[in-house]
Structure formats: structure tokens, C-alpha cells
Design a protein around this ligand. Structure first.
Ligand code: 5AD
Ligand code: SF4
Length: 477
């Protein structure tokens, strides 16, 4: 690192888990080069925004974030600003025209080169752009990354990048490039290293994990899961995202045979109308989708299902929209993510006719949320009285905000169930258990209250003096 280079780096991440993972990698790469992380943006010499292009709103978020720093260099001449990720890939040099105070624009395949780009920026004395897609992004340099990464109880690991599906509304294939799977050996060694340093739960990431390895002739996704499952010390496995068209019988079977695989699947349906699904190029029908849901539930009756829906896709009529509402009623998802359709540069749907107007899109979106809220409420209430396995992640949000005031001085912790429900719980004041030792353990919690986004409960028998901690689970005599 040259003496002119900034020292403190702050990364602001917008978008999906893939971006969260990439930001973690970027931070580790920079730390390996001598930078140090700061969570105080005022202290930062290097400010990076890792961007998302999926919807217009995410791009607006980026613009307002970058806009905040237009006068920064007058106060702090050595400060540097970097735009990374999907919008960087999409807009390249245009970002420099719009935001002349940006120093480096680095695309989705080039972020490993950022340290070099920063040096080049100093040497040349001008802003630069690298959006080439030639870098072998499979390579992880696991050791370096791990050394500079603070491992959590639950971590994301990317197993593939890019997408070949070309749904007509989606920008991902254009900004992330074609689908490429990482080798199983590379993935397994990264997970094993993370487990070694304390990770208990891994979420495997890809735009379409069900087609993992197909193109390269590697193992199938179900086989990869089996190999991940065999890693000692790993307690839970999750994955996102599954394309319904590629959900195989082997994968459904994996939910039965692999006990570490959490009973939760995110299966984006997008619409409940065959006509709209066709226009979206989703390549499944509602009947085929429901058949997969049926098979999943037959295999694992308790499986938690979540989905993505787009409201107001071009040409979506009231009748199409009602079919989406019917599908939601029928499936009864645990929760859903819904978005107003947004035109994206490159994505073909922007040229489709019969656009739904903004007010109507918003009305449909609110209707989707209202319907789901009633389903979620019913499902959350059904958890009251049950005892669930919870992987302890740390102190609850409420506890962080309010300190000791929560629950008469006892500490409130939080974790997740296998079905991905958030559970907060606290111990009686007579409990002498070291709560820090509970982080990363799976404990049994009896659910007493249900809220729309979380459950609240009491650990079962935790106050007993005869408890012992064994193999990741807290067994209480
Ligand atoms: N407009 C609205 N929502 C979109 N999504 C992807 N592209 C668009 C778009 N142009 C949604 C889909 C996808 C999720 C990640 O974002 O529902 O599953
Ligand atoms: Fe986008 Fe469709 Fe690929 Fe998902 S599967 S990333 S929605 S193109």
C-alpha cells in the first residue's frame, strides 16, 4: 500500500445476501492489504458503496448515499470514494460523469483488483473504471480471507455466481454475467475453515442453486449438500435461491435425509397467473409450481415456504392479480417479499406494452402485504405453546437498544428456528449460565408470545443446575 493510500475503510452494502458476502470478501481483501475496518463513516478514508441494480429504488439509494459525499474532499483531501457491484457494472463510466467525486468504479467481477486500482488512482491522479468480466471469480484465497474475517455463528458462502435464466424483468444476467459454479473442493474448504473458526450455520448462495454444477459437469446441488452435511461441527445448512423449474426430486429428498438441512425453502413464484409467468419467461406453470409445493410438504410437512412476488408486471390485469392472491391463499407462505414492478435497463420487459400505472402497482402491493400479514399472524400464533430448537445468534435487538431495562434486568438473547423464525428469549434472574457461552448453541425454547416478525419464549429447563453443554446442543437433565 502506498503512503498516500487511505487507512480506514467503511463499506455500505445495498441489496441481496450475495452483496453482503461480496462486501465481506472485499473487506477481507483490503484488510490483507493493510486497511482497517471502521464502522464510523466520519473516520473513514475510503468509503465504498456496494450497489444493487435489481430495482430502481436500490439505484436511488445508491445515488443519495454517494451524493452525501460530494463535498467530502474539501474537508478531507485524501479521502477516496469507490462504487462497487451491480450498478458499477451496469453504468461504468457514466457514474463518473454523474458523480465526479467518485474515485474508482469497480464491477462485479473486478473487485479483487480494487487494491491495485486504488494504487493506480493515486499514480495517475484521475478517477478510473474497471468493469471487465475476465477475472476468475471462483478463486477465493480462503486463508487470507478467513484471517481477516470476523466469523459469525451464521455465514453466507457463495456457491455460484451469475444467471442464465433471463427472466424478462431481471437485470441480474446482464450485471452478474453468465452462471458459473465454484468447485465443490473450494466451497467445502471455505465452509470447513469457517466452522473451524466458530460458524455453526451456513447459507449457500446462488441466483439459482438448483442448477449448481450442471453446466460445468460438477456434482449436483443435492450431492453438494450431502458433502457439506458431512462437515463435522456444522449444525445447520440453508440455501437461497431456488428456481422452481429446477427443483429436483433429489433435492426434496435431501430435506428428509439430511438432518442439518433446515426445513425452509425460498421458492420465488413471482405471479399466480400462467399468462404472466409466460411473459416473465419463468418456464413453469402455476400447476407445476403447486405440484412442487405439494411434494415438498409431503416430504416435510412442517417445511417453511417463503416467496417473491412482483406486483404490476406489464400487462398484469386485475384477473391475473387475483390469481396471485389465490395462489398465496392456497400455499400459505410463512412470509413473502413483494415488489412493485420496476423497468430495468437491458431487461426486455421494459419494452413490453400495457404498463400498470404507479398508483395501481402500489395498491396491488399493499393488497399482497395485507393478505400475507393475516397468514403470517395465523402461522406465528400457531407456534405459541410449542418448544422449538433455536440456534443462539446473540443479544436481541431490543436488548441492544434498551440495555438492561429489558425484562427486569435479565438478558434477552435471540436466535432462529430451523424454519427461519426469529425467537427472542430471556433467562430468569436466578440463571447462572454464562450467556456468552450460549452463542452458537442450539437450545430448546418454549414459545409464549407471537409477534408479526418474531416469537418470544422461555428456554426449557435452562435454570437447572444439572445442565451440560454437549456437541452444540444444550442438554438439560
Ligand atoms: N421489478 C420488480 N421486482 C423485481 N425483482 C427482480 N427484478 C425486478 C424488477 N425489475 C424481484 C423478483 C426477484 C427479487 C430478488 O426481486 O421478485 O425474485
Ligand atoms: Fe433474475 Fe430470473 Fe436469474 Fe432470478 S432466475 S436472477 S429472477 S433472471
Amino acid at each position: 500500500m502506498s503512503e498516500h493510500n487511505p487507512k480506514h475503510v467503511y463499506i455500505h452494502t445495498i441489496g441481496c445476501q450475495m452483496n453482503v458476502y461480496d462486501s465481506g470478501q472485499l473487506m477481507a481483501i483490503l484488510k490483507a492489504e493493510g486497511f482497517c475496518e471502521t464502522r464510523d463513516i466520519g473516520e473513514a478514508d475510503l468509503i465504498i458503496v456496494n450497489t444493487c441494480a435489481i430495482r430502481e429504488k436500490a439505484v436511488q439509494k445508491m445515488a443519495s448515499f454517494i451524493g452525501r459525499f460530494s463535498g467530502l474532499k474539501q474537508k478531507k483531501p485524501g479521502a477516496r470514494i469507490v462504487v462497487a457491484g451491480c450498478v458499477a457494472q451496469q453504468q461504468g463510466r457514466r457514474l463518473l460523469e454523474r458523480f465526479p467525486h467518485v474515485d474508482v468504479v469497480v464491477g462485479t467481477h473486478a473487485f479483487r483488483r480494487l487494491p491495485l486500482l486504488l494504487e493506480e488512482r493515486e499514480a495517475r491522479g484521475e478517477s478510473l473504471v474497471d468493469i471487465s468480466m475476465t477475472e476468475n471469480i471462483e478463486k477465493t484465497d480462503s486463508e487470507i480471507l478467513l484471517k481477516h474475517h470476523q466469523t459469525d455463528v451464521s455465514e453466507f458462502v457463495t456457491i455460484m455466481r451469475g444467471c442464465d435464466n433471463f427472466c424478462t424483468y431481471c437485470v441480474v444476467p446482464y450485471v452478474r454475467g453468465p452462471e458459473i459454479s465454484r468447485s465443490p473442493a473450494d466451497i467445502l474448504s471455505e465452509i470447513a475453515d469457517l466452522v473451524e473458526s466458530g460458524m455453526k450455520e451456513v447459507t449457500l448462495l446462488g441466483q439459482n442453486v438448483n442448477s449448481y454444477g450442471m453446466k460445468e459437469g460438477l456434482c449436483t446441488f443435492a450431492e453438494l449438500l450431502e458433502r457439506v452435511h458431512a462437515i463435522d461441527g456444522l449444525e445447520r445448512i440453508r440455501f437461497v435461491t431456488s428456481h422452481p423449474k429446477d427443483l429436483s426430486p433429489e433435492l426434496i429428498e435431501a430435506f428428509v435425509s439430511l438432518e442439518k438441512l433446515c426445513p425452509h425453502i425460498h421458492l420465488p413464484v413471482q405471479s399466480g397467473s400462467d399468462r404472466i409467468l409466460k411473459k416473465m419467461n419463468r418456464r413453469y406453470t402455476v400447476a407445476a409450481y403447486l405440484d412442487k409445493v405439494y411434494r415438498l410438504r409431503q416430504a416435510v410437512p412442517e417445511i417453511a415456504l417463503t416467496t417473491d412476488i412482483i406486483a404490476g408486471f406489464p400487462g398484469e390485469t386485475e384477473q391475473d392479480f387475483n390469481q396471485t392472491l389465490e395462489l398465496i391463499q392456497e400455499v400459505e407462505y410463512e412470509s413473502l417479499f413483494a415488489f412493485e414492478y420496476s423497468d430495468r435497463p437491458d431487461a426486455p420487459a421494459r419494452r413490453f406494452k400495457n404498463k400498470v400505472d404507479a398508483v395501481e402497482k402500489n395498491r396491488r402491493l399493499r393488497k399482497l402485504f395485507a393478505l400475507q400479514a393475516s397468514i403470517t399472524q395465523k402461522k406465528q400464533r400457531a407456534m405459541v405453546g410449542r418448544t422449538l430448537d433455536v440456534l443462539v445468534e446473540g443479544v436481541s435487538k431490543m436488548q441492544k437498544k434498551q440495555g438492561r431495562a429489558v425484562n427486569n434486568g435479565s438478558t434477552e438473547l435471540c436466535g432462529r428456528t430451523g424454519g427461519n423464525r426469529i425467537v427472542n428469549f430471556s433467562f430468569g434472574t436466578d440463571c447462572d449460565l454464562d450467556i456468552r457461552a450460549l452463542k452458537g448453541q442450539i437450545i430448546r425454547v418454549r414459545i409464549e408470545k407471537a409477534f408479526s416478525n418474531s416469537l418470544w419464549g422461555v428456554p426449557v429447563n435452562m435454570a437447572s443446575p444439572s445442565r451440560q453443554i454437549k456437541g452444540g446442543y444444550v442438554h438439560v437433565a
